[in-house]
Design a protein around this ligand. Sequence first.
Ligand SMILES: [Zn+2]
Length: 344
Amino acid sequence: MPSSIHFEIIESESTFLHPGKGFKPTVEKFEVRIDPLTGRTGHFSHFGAIKPQRLDLDSYSKPEVKGFCPFCKENRDGKTPKFIEEVAPEGRFVKDEAFLIPNLFPYDIYSGVVVMTDDHVVPLGELSEKRLTDVFSLGIEFLKKIKSIDASLPYHLMTWNYMPPSGGGLVHPHQQYFATQNPGNQFMDELKASEQFYRTNQLDYWSELIQEEQKIGKRYIGSIESSRWLSSFVSLGILGELMCIFPDVFCIDDFGNTHVNDLVAGLLKVFRYYGASGIYSFNASLFFGPEGQRFFPSHLRIVARTFLNMRDYAPDLNFFQALLSEPVCVMMPEDFCKEVREYF
Ligand SMILES: [Zn+2]
């Protein structure tokens, strides 16, 4: 039976007279890909033009750079907020180093931040299995708690900016966890399209995607127990996007300790790849759909971030993402998959 998923690529090229080649005609190729689920497009061009920049992590600890950090151990108790009693009778959720508090700048009614470590500057290699497991366990516990308090907020999310190129306002490692009716355009476009696909094909798109990608073999990275890891056909990140799907998790209540362990095991591999590739910063998100559906399983996306250069700290996002809502990627997903697979 032919697959219900179609991977559509528009290949094209541009010809110009190159100044570095005696003004001889030169052809540059580019691609536009159409996301098989949402129909949203993404550009692939400028191949190899963006190199991840090295961050001077030691400089972040210097007092004149560090400034005041509310997440540091000495400030935490007095300078970070506490939850109201119905959310957390003790005011905060704590698990060893992981310290979950309300967001001073909430995204929604119940909006938490996990301070991930006692240390202020933590390189990727020091985001250990123990630290990550504690952090994710605590964050998931918080999401389950707020779901039990307020069922009117159907969608649950973890979001993560790591290090300044990602837009993270504080170097001290932290993640956000919140429940909402308004999880953003990406989430809602995926959710609506997944429901539509389910109605049309009587199939869960995401399980189909995994099967199809396994068959094609060019973007499938591997599985770790309950999790399936792949390189996205259309990348939201400029340096490639990794996705991890949990096919048996349809809402936050389904996400147990084994899922946390599998997520952490995969992330540790991704971080080893990042470390070897000179990547110091990323954005990640973990989506949980509403209770009672079987077409929108939980999935994580993670994209590397960098400055374009360290001279004027140009960000790696531009008018494409800011105003055209169009992702651009300088690496082909199939090449990216090959590189990451080495670490799985
Ligand atoms: Zn700090």
